[in-house]
Design a protein around this ligand. Structure first.
Ligand code: FAD
Ligand code: NAD
Length: 471
């Protein structure tokens, strides 16, 4: 970067929030630079998050299916062996293809890519410690902070990414552990726990709450999902908190007790996955130099237009409020640039889907039953099981349901919750319906191709205000 030149926009962090904002800014004709310290674009999601985990989820599912679910399909296979090294290579190929793709998109859209760590010098200047050595600085009329998040550590356990791991270690283990304890039955715990369980590890998930999947997951769906995962071999300890751990020996000892106090137990594992949430990352960013502070959870505080109290400095993605999801970060990247170039932008935080990529997948959008009950909203529920869906039956993949929740008076859709095959793709239709303010009847009167899994979606909508045909 040339020190003299002032950019229209400087973005610190080349994760999903930052790189999307950079491309959008380039497309809008702004002079833009994006600073990334990792040596590769795409942030957590592409390098150590969404993408590598989904590669392992897909291939471990195939392996598990070939082992346990081929005979009844008339497919007889011989010796099935796991080659973990090749499975990891396949993951790396997906990751590098995608991260390089973003470099290409940067060039195409005239985004200057600065490889290094950025820190505020003053309100318009970012000093950069370059990866290849040396320093530079870049000035911006506007600056976006998009520095993302990191795994929350567990006090007393030292993360070495081998014996005590976060998700980053969990996507890179070199052998299948015999016993794995997962602290936290949220999305990371269940996705990565699934991967290693399918590959042969004995996995026990310890979760503080009374349900898996986190509070956003509908309680009925969470219960069903837990049963399905248990059938696959995962063990669960709910209403149980991990109080401390000891990683000084060869194996790791994990002390647990009933969440409400009482019953204690010590678990023994050769690998412990710490998956108790992620926290905003602002270390080394020089926030002190510009007088910006974070809240009690480490988040940078912003207004509706993503502005900090220094109006030309905006914040997007995991480092600020809202769900820590890649597609949320992406929406904010676009909206923040639009606020800059046009004065208005749009993100509907009420219609951001969540997907857990286990098998079957779990996906939801909008509000769940326990939230609506707590808010005193009158609602109707319609659900439809995949066991009554023709396509699921032909695929011999019939576990799960689609569940619609709509307003009791107006039939307007309030939430859609799915556990079942392809739930992650199907939820897009629920999100669109929610975004457009559709009623369940609107969905049910829309023709859905036969035979597809999406007919279960249509029939669940139908069951919300009337009766389903096939159940
Ligand atoms: P990040 O992706 O964390 O990017 C921030 C970037 O900023 C990083 O690359 C970092 O190196 C860089 N940076 C930080 N400080 C500086 C600095 N001072 N100077 C220069 N660069 C800096 N979300 C989904 O929606 N779907 C999924 O399937 C999914 N799977 C996940 C699986 C795992 C295992 C994990 C951990 C997360 C997953 N997520 C998923 C969440 C998703 O990865 C995040 O929500 C998303 O990456 C947030 O994007 P971001 O740009 O805000 O932050
Ligand atoms: P999470 O917040 O989803 O789940 C953490 C769980 O740990 C909670 O259920 C919590 O009750 C439990 N917990 C906390 N302390 C505990 C203790 N001492 N003992 C027992 N249980 C304890 O966090 P995560 O699973 O680490 O994921 C982090 C973020 O990454 C999330 O925001 C998630 O949305 C995102 N992510 C998304 C996807 C996806 O979209 N498919 C995949 C992976 C990660």
């Amino acid at each position: 970067a040339s020190e003299a030149e002032e950019k229209d926009l400087v973005i610190i962090g080349g994760g999903v929030a930052g790189y999307v904002a950079a491309i959008k800014a380039g497309q809008s004709g702004l002079k833009v630079a994006c600073i990334e310290k990792r040596g590769s674009l795409g942030g957590t999601c592409l390098n150590v998050g969404c993408i590598p985990s989904k590669s392992l989820l897909n291939n471990s599912h195939l392996y598990h299916q070939i082992l346990h679910d081929t005979k009844n399909r008339g497919i007889e296979v011989g010796d099935v062996k796991l080659n973990l090294q090749t499975m990891m290579k396949a993951k790396e190929t997906s990751v590098s293809g995608l991260t390089k793709g973003i470099e290409f998109l940067f060039k195409k859209n005239n985004v200057e890519y600065i490889k290094g760590t950025g820190a505020f010098q003053d309100e318009n200047t970012v000093a950069v410690n370059l990866i290849d050595g040396g320093e530079t600085s870049v000035r911006g009329k506007n600056i976006f902070i998009a520095t993302g998040s990191e795994a929350t550590p567990f006090p007393g356990l030292t993360i070495d990414e081998k014996k005590v791991i976060t998700s980053t270690g969990a996507i890179a283990l070199q052998q299948v552990p015999k016993k794995m304890v997962v602290i936290g039955g949220g999305i990371i715990g269940l996705e990565m726990g699934s991967v290693w369980s399918r590959l042969g590890a004995e996995v026990t998930v310890v979760e503080f709450l009374g349900q898996i999947g986190g509070p956003g997951m509908d309680a009925e769906i969470a219960k069903m999902t837990q049963k399905m995962l248990a059938k696959q071999g995962m063990k669960f300890k709910l209403n149980t908190k991990v109080t401390k751990g000891d990683d000084s020996g060869e194996s790791v000892k994990i002390n647990t007790e009933a969440a409400k106090g009482g019953k204690e137990e010590i678990l023994d594992a050769d690998v412990v996955l710490v998956a108790i949430g992620r926290r905003p990352y602002t270390a080394g960013l020089g926030l002190d130099n510009i007088g910006l502070e974070t809240d009690e959870k480490g988040r940078l505080v912003i207004d509706q237009e993503y502005r900090t109290k220094i109006p030309h400095i905006r914040v997007i993605g995991d480092v600020t409020f809202g769900p820590m999801l890649a597609h949320k970060a992406e929406e904010e990247g676009v909206a923040a640039v639009e606020y800059l170039t046009k004065g208005y932008g749009h993100v509907n935080y009420g219609a951001i889907p969540s997907v857990m990529y286990t098998h079957p997948e779990v996906a939801w959008v909008g509000q769940n039953e326990q939230e609506l009950k707590a808010a005193g909203v009158k609602y109707r529920v319609g659900s439809f099981p995949f066991s009554a869906n023709s396509r699921a039956k032909t695929n011999l993949d019939t576990e799960g349901i689609v569940k619609f929740i709509s307003d009791a008076n107006t039939d307007r859709i309030l939430g859609v919750h799915i556990v079942g095959p392809n739930a992650g793709e199907m939820i897009a239709e629920g999100t669109l319906a929610l975004e457009y303010g559709a009623s369940s009847e609107d969905v049910a009167r829309t023709s859905h191709a036969h035979p597809t899994l999406s007919e279960a979606f249509k029939e669940a909508a139908m069951a919300t205000y009337d009766k389903a045909i096939h159940y």
